[in-house]
Structures are given as structure tokens and as C-alpha cells.
Design a protein around this ligand. Structure first.
Ligand SMILES: [Zn+2]
Length: 310
């Protein structure tokens, strides 16, 4: 089925009623869910909410126009009522026999949530029902100025009721949103990358917050490139084994050593990274020692390591 779902109002000057809660906020909460749930059940959905409107009539015209151009099978407009803070309950408008047959189960499902049944009503006077080519209903979910209704209202349950009423299908429960917590492993990685002075792709130090993200990934890739590893941005065992060899601050003598610690030193003193402590690296290390007022002997020992990584 192809549904035209019309999230009521939300297009100033077409704004909804203000009761205990705002109609705009609730039609958005319910309508967005209805759209997602129908799609996850395999239906085609056209959202009829305009981006902007020059007047209320223009807003209503655009909604009908989108539905008509897309030749939807059923048009469903979602609204909330307001009256005198006492009246409460649910009513669904329709203007044809087919419309009434669509309206009745929607009303039944919403009433099953505990709202008072105000019935299926004649909606022939309503612009969006009058001007849509398909069968159309307008759901007044409940009253936004009624404490009873607002205490009962839950956008998820309301959306489920509308979808079940429309399709006869029970919407799949939404997976709970993943709770993102800082990770001790990511925090250790960020601290290590900062200590090794390996910035992200924008040349920035990483935030030490424990949250994995593109900055940490890009710095990890840079580290992996320095170490000659696969640059997948994921700090796995191989990456950590190499890092620990650097953090162990091994004594490196020219022409005698190779490996990840040499590669790291080459990155820091700014020579080509090949992992072999040869003459080019020696000259750069001696320059580094001189600049840092250390003994210029080309041996990377505790003093040089302290200058490099603290
Ligand atoms: Zn309304």
C-alpha cells in the first residue's frame, strides 16, 4: 500500500493548538513514528508535510497536492484536538464509505489505549479530506488541553495504534537506541596517540574523552602508516604490540637497530620511514639532540626518549 501521511501543522503560519502540550510537537512525534513503522512493514509512504507555507490554505493545499501527485492509496492526516480542558477522547473524520472503513479500525485501536471513543465523524467539511483524490481520514488523536488525555498519551503507543488500525499489522518494536558510553580502551588509545604526538587528520591533538570517532580513527591510521601496518584505523593487537615496543624506550644505536621504535623515531625527526637506523636517520637524530641540548652521539637513550615522549 502507498500511504500519504500528513503530519498536521508544523508549517507556520499553519501551527497547531496549544494545550498542556503543543499539537505541533505531538503530531511530529506521532507522525514521524507512523511513517517509519509503515515503511518497516514494507509499505510505501509519502510524507505530505510541506517545508514551508505562505498561508494556512497554502499549507493545506500543498499537503493534498503532494498526495494527489503521488497517487497515494490512502491519505492520513494526524492532529490533536483542543477545546475546554474537560472534553477528551479520540475522533476520526472521514467523508466516504471507504474512508469510514479505514477510520473505524484506527479509532478502535486508539480507544483500546484508554481514550474515550468520540466516534467516526463526517469530515466532508475538512479541506484535506475534500481536496484529496484518495480515500482520506483525519485522526484527532486526543485532546492536547485535557489532563486526562495528556497523562495517557504516549507517542509510541499512539503511532502503533494508528499503524495497526491502518494495516492490521503489529509494528515491530523499535530497537532501543544504542547507549554510547566512553570506553577505557579508546581513552588509552587517545592518550597514547597524544603522548606519541600523532595528531588527527586535521593536525589536532585528540580529545581524551574515551569516545571513538573519526578523529581518533584518522590518528590511528597515521600511527599505522608510520609503523608500516594495515591502515584500518582499528588499534588491534598488532598495533598495540608495536606501540608497546616504542613505549618501552629501547636504546637505539646507529647501524645496529631496526623495527617499530626506529620507524617512530624517523617520523619524529622527519626522515623517510624505512625502519632502518642508517646514516640519514643518524644525521637527523644528531640534529634533534643538538636542538634539544642533549649529548650529540646519535644514540637514542633515556634522554632522547624523554624529549620525544616524556
Ligand atoms: Zn490540528
Amino acid at each position: 500500500m502507498k500511504y500519504g501521511i500528513d503530519i498536521g501543522h508544523n508549517a507556520p503560519p499553519d501551527t497547531g493548538a496549544r494545550g498542556i502540550r503543543f499539537e505541533d510537537e505531538m503530531t511530529m512525534a506521532v507522525g514521524t513514528r507512523v511513517i517509519n513503522k509503515l515503511r518497516s512493514l514494507g509499505h510505501t509512504v509519502v510524507s505530505c508535510l510541506p517545508r514551508s507555507a505562505s498561508s494556512v490554505t497554502n499549507s493545506l493545499w500543498q499537503r493534498c497536492n503532494v498526495a494527489n501527485l503521488n497517487r497515494v492509496d490512502v491519505f492520513v492526516s494526524i492532529h490533536f484536538n483542543a477545546f475546554n480542558r474537560t472534553v477528551n477522547g479520540t475522533e476520526v473524520f472521514a467523508a466516504s464509505e471507504t474512508g469510514e472503513k479505514i477510520a473505524a479500525p484506527v479509532l478502535r485501536e486508539i480507544v483500546a489505549l484508554g481514550f474515550n471513543n468520540r466516534g467516526v465523524k463526517n469530515g466532508a467539511h475538512l479541506y484535506v479530506i475534500r481536496n484529496t483524490s484518495s480515500p482520506a481520514i483525519l485522526v484527532e488523536c486526543c485532546f492536547c488541553d485535557s489532563k486526562r488525555d495528556m497523562d495517557l498519551f504516549d507517542p509510541e503507543k499512539m503511532a502503533n495504534a494508528i499503524v495497526k488500525g491502518l494495516t492490521g499489522q503489529v509494528p515491530k518494536p523499535e530497537p532501543p537506541p544504542a547507549v554510547v558510553r566512553p570506553s577505557a580502551e579508546v581513552l588509552e588509545l587517545q592518550r597514547t596517540l597524544n603522548r606519541l604526538r600523532i595528531p588527527d587528520r586535521n593536525g589536532q591533538r585528540l580529545a581524551e574523552d574515551g569516545f571513538a570517532g573519526s578523529a581518533t580513527t584518522s590518528a590511528t591510521q597515521r600511527l599505522q602508516a608510520i609503523l608500516g601496518l594495515v591502515t584500518d584505523g582499528v588499534a588491534g593487537d598488532r598495533t598495540w604490540i608495536n606501540v608497546r615496543q616504542i613505549l618501552a624506550k629501547p636504546i637505539l644505536r646507529p647501524n645496529q637497530t631496526s623495527g617499530p621504535a626506529v620507524r617512530y623515531v624517523q617520523y619524529r625527526v622527519g626522515v623517510d620511514i624505512d625502519g632502518i637506523y642508517g646514516p640519514g636517520t643518524l644525521a637527523a637524530v644528531q640534529r634533534f639532540q643538538s636542538q634539544n641540548k642533549l649529548t650529540v652521539d646519535g644514540i637514542i637513550g633515556p634522554q632522547v626518549w624523554a624529549a620525544l615522549i616524556g
